[in-house]
Design a binder for this molecule. Structure first.
Ligand SMILES: Nc1ncnc2c1ncn2[C@@H]1O[C@H](COP(=O)(O)OP(=O)(O)OP(=O)(O)O)[C@@H](O)[C@H]1O
Ligand SMILES: [Mg+2]
Length: 171
């Protein structure tokens, strides 16, 4: 799983500092925590590979940082997290996460819902309240930024694995 944190929409005070500053005291889904005392700090341009045995909690760490465990899965994340200046553990902060961070899960097919790349990006933009014309212009712009120019109207099932992963980030 990859996590990409975007600089666009990030307030200036954050751009000059860390993009991610997380200290997870405890995170998990039930009584027993999966993670204890884990920290992760990322500066702009840094790439970090998180390595660990299967079941050790890598995905859990990313879900905790994105606020998914507390806000969607009914689990626990205790600690402090600043993701591009947002606190994803609060419901208000959690709603802002898609504006600054993108997740590519292990199986991109589970993340794509629409028949074509254009529809997929339009779906997100229209949910964010963009009007039809502006959303269409911006969707094509975003698809081009992620190297998907020329396949905007292709069936998603015909895209390569890499193209699907780029599409999950674009959307
Ligand atoms: N939604 C969930 N509800 C309950 N327990 C879960 C859930 N997701 C993961 N777990 C448990 O949390 C632990 C850590 O799982 P996680 O998926 O974070 O591991 P991982 O390091 O990403 O493994 P892999 O390398 O196989 O992807 C495992 O014991 C797993 O069974
Ligand atoms: Mg995993």
């Amino acid at each position: 799983m990859w996590v990409v944190i975007s600089r666009s929409c990030i307030p200036f005070r954050v751009v000059i500092g860390l993009l991610l500053d997380a200290w997870i005291r405890e995170a998990g889904y039930g009584k027993e925590p999966v993670l204890k005392s884990v920290g992760l700090r990322l500066e702009e341009g840094e790439r970090v590979l998180v390595v660990g045995a299967s079941g050790s909690g890598k995905t859990t760490m990313m879900l905790a940082i994105a606020g998914v465990i507390v806000n969607l899965l009914g689990g626990v994340t205790r600690g402090r997290i600043s993701l591009a200046g947002i606190d994803p553990l609060t419901p208000t902060g959690f709603r802002q996460v898609p504006r600054v961070a993108g997740f590519v899960l292990q199986d991109p097919d589970k993340q794509l819902a629409m028949p074509t790349p254009l529809d997929e990006v339009l779906f997100t933009l229209e949910n964010l309240g963009w009007g039809e014309e502006e959303a269409s212009r911006r969707a094509r712009e975003v698809l081009a930024r992620f190297g998907l120019e020329g396949v905007e109207l292709e069936w998603v099932e015909n895209l390569s694995g890499g193209q699907k992963r780029r599409l999950t980030l674009a959307a």
